[in-house]
Design a protein around this ligand. Structure first.
Ligand code: 2AM
Ligand code: CA
Ligand code: CA
Ligand code: CA
Length: 272
């Protein structure tokens, strides 16, 4: 598979940051950790990885703007291009020694997502996609799963932290979805969840309370693997609303219907 110059730049930045993360993962007990919000942690590893990616991308494309989880918006880029970066998606896994986390880098051109890369430096799985060019896991072309009945599907989700409000609503959604599918997985990295949908490992996925950097690269992967990604209202304002749902066309639609199914109280529900 021949990589474009743009993708080479992204891969180089992700690999360099990923090597640092893999080293830090080996001595995770020595890292300083601080708390940003309820259940949201940040360590030196997140910041170092972000700095590495920033420096690499800035050097290669000096005019592009940046949106990064730990540093926010970096002013001074052209108005046409914006990198959207999560240097370490799955920090909680990382800090607990669970080897399921990733670097996530996406590029927006004139407000459209045109490239995405998700890299797990422990498993050495590199997911990449450019608009119109297909999605890849390392050198292998990806395609979303073809299952059409929710009752055959394994789907992923995110569980909102208790400190974030509407977890009661989430539990209702989860109950509905659990009744409709083979299994539900909660793996702790939105970027990898979307990459798994692209790879056909998960048939579908939904999550709320996300930021653009959690999902930007993964959205490109799913689309380029022939999948569908929307917000939870079937629109395309994933960044504005902070929620996302993905799968093949049928699974996305039916999973969205299950997530949104009105809650019946025990009085209105049919007797078991
Ligand atoms: P992070 O590891 O980069 O913070 C998992 O459900 C997803 O939500 C991950 O992408 C994770 O990104 C993000 N996340 C987990 N806990 C969070 C919290 N308390 N606040 C905001 N984002 C969180
Ligand atoms: Ca975080
Ligand atoms: Ca994240
Ligand atoms: Ca992060």
């Amino acid at each position: 598979m021949a990589r474009s110059a743009l993708m080479n730049v992204m891969v180089q930045a992700a690999m360099k940051a990923g090597r640092g993360l893999a080293r830090d993962f080996g001595e995770v007990q020595n890292l300083q950790v601080s708390v940003k919000g309820p259940g949201d942690f940040v360590s030196q590893a997140d910041r170092k990885a972000e700095k590495t990616i920033y420096e690499e991308l800035r050097r290669a494309r000096p005019d592009y703007g940046f949106l990064m989880e730990e540093s926010g918006v970096v002013e001074g880029g052209d108005s046409q291009h914006r990198w959207i970066i999560d240097p370490l998606d799955g920090t909680t896994n990382f800090l607990h020694g669970i080897p399921h986390f990733a670097v996530s880098i996406a590029l927006e051109r004139q407000g459209q997502l045109v490239a995405g890369l998700v890299f797990n430096p422990v498993t050495d799985e590199l997911y990449s996609a450019e608009r119109g060019g297909g999605a890849y896991l390392n050198d292998r072309r990806l395609r979303v799963a073809a299952r059409r009945r929710l009752s055959d599907c394994v789907v992923g989700c995110g569980v909102p932290h208790l400190g974030r409000g509407d977890h009661g609503e989430f539990l209702i959604e989860l109950r509905h979805v659990m009744g409709d599918v083979v299994g539900v997985r909660r793996q702790g990295s939105a970027a990898l969840d979307l990459a798994y949908v692209a790879a056909g490992r998960l048939d579908g996925y939904w999550e709320r309370h996300l930021s653009a950097w959690d999902m930007a690269a993964g959205i490109v992967l799913v689309r380029e693997a022939g999948g569908f990604v929307t917000d939870l209202a079937d629109g395309h304002d994933m960044f504005g609303r902070g929620d996302v749902i993905a799968g093949n066309e049928v699974v996305r639609r039916d999973l969205a219907a299950a997530v949104r199914r009105p809650f019946k109280t025990s009085k209105s529900a049919a007797a078991p």
